[in-house]
Design a protein around this ligand. Structure first.
Ligand code: SF4
Length: 322
């Protein structure tokens, strides 16, 4: 987008309320012919091998695996439609565990092809952010992930703060296995890909690592970044004791992100893990821009900005993210 427009948007965000700043942003992006989408999540599979305490993934839903042709369709939209040059980050995650994709390597090779095409055209390829629970990672697969030169950041979901708490919260995972897999990856990686841990902790714990067990702290010390989070209730789908909601007339996901599910459905928000309330179109039937500009998405934005959250089935029970 025009540098001048970017400056105006930054200034509006500093000086106006979020909803007014967003109206300015929408106006200027429309004039410049760009979308407001900065991040897209790609879900390679919609199933997981764990049953984590605070996750809303529906393990009874029909299993779905993203195909190479759908992935190509997505990247064609990004490559050939300049309105999506606004996309800066692609998150290789949603509800399912990406390492369970049966053809993961060939999917990543497709992304690599497009990365080359972007570079050949003089375009900046979005940053690729990979998130895994790490339970089925091994040294061979780690080597492949590093050598492919596709992923910019890999983060591991390792919750709890101690081995016991990890196994209690991440049902089905074994601390010894996961911590070894992460350590092996760190060795093979040798600093090439940025690393991180996302760690959900109980709400009565402080957001620092001081209280954690030594082995947990040691694992955290091996990665570049540790993000500590308190659990949230997935739009009311999961019970979290003491979880307090503060509703706002804005949500960064609704305005700046899209999620491509393995069956081609496109949802507005990663909070809709099972693709039930936030789906606004299917990439097998329509191109990305038509989905982005579709009426259901416009109505959701309109209602949220005007404080009519109760009219949006998806967001009704969610406090949103700023
Ligand atoms: S308000 Fe909640 S449900 Fe709605 S788009 Fe934002 S995060 Fe998703």
């Amino acid at each position: 987008m025009d540098k001048y427009f970017n400056k105006v948007i930054k200034y509006a965000k500093k000086t106006l309320s979020l909803d007014k700043a967003h109206t300015v942003e929408m106006l200027l992006t429309t004039i410049s012919g760009m979308t407001t989408i900065t991040e897209v999540d790609l879900e390679f599979v919609n199933y997981c091998n764990l049953r984590c305490k605070w996750c809303s993934l529906d393990h009874m839903q029909k299993r779905s695996v993203m195909t190479g042709s759908l992935l190509r369709k997505f990247f064609d939209n990004l490559l050939f439609d300049r309105r999506f040059r606004s996309v800066k980050v692609i998150n290789l995650f949603n509800g399912g565990e990406i390492l369970l994709h049966p053809y993961l390597e060939s999917m990543l090779n497709i992304i690599k092809e497009y990365k080359r095409s972007f570079i050949d055209k003089g375009l900046i390829f979005p940053k690729m952010d990979f998130l895994t629970n790490g339970t089925v990672l091994n040294a061979e697969l780690s080597g492949k992930l590093v050598d492919l030169d596709v992923i910019d950041t890999i983060r591991f979901s390792v919750d709890g703060g101690s081995a016991e708490k990890y196994e209690e919260l991440r049902k089905g995972a074994k601390w010894d296995v996961t911590s070894k897999n992460v350590r092996d990856f760190i060795k093979v990686n040798n600093g090439k890909i940025k690393t991180g841990i996302i760690c959900i902790i109980e709400s009565d714990k402080p957001k620092d690592t001081g209280w954690m067990s030594d082995e947990f702290k040691d694992l955290c010390s091996l990665v570049g970044h540790v993000e500590l989070r308190y659990p949230h209730d997935w739009m009311g789908d999961v019970q979290v004791e003491g979880y307090e909601k503060v509703f706002k007339n804005y949500c960064k996901f609704l305005f700046h992100s899209l999620v491509l599910l393995p069956n081609g459905d496109v949802a507005v928000c990663c909070g809709d893990l099972n693709g039930k309330k936030g789906v606004i179109g299917n990439l097998n039937e329509k191109d990305m821009f038509r989905i982005y500009a579709s009426r259901p998405r416009r109505e959701m934005r309109y209602n949220l900005l005007r404080g009519r959250r109760d009219k949006i089935e998806l967001c009704r029970n969610c406090s949103g993210y700023c």
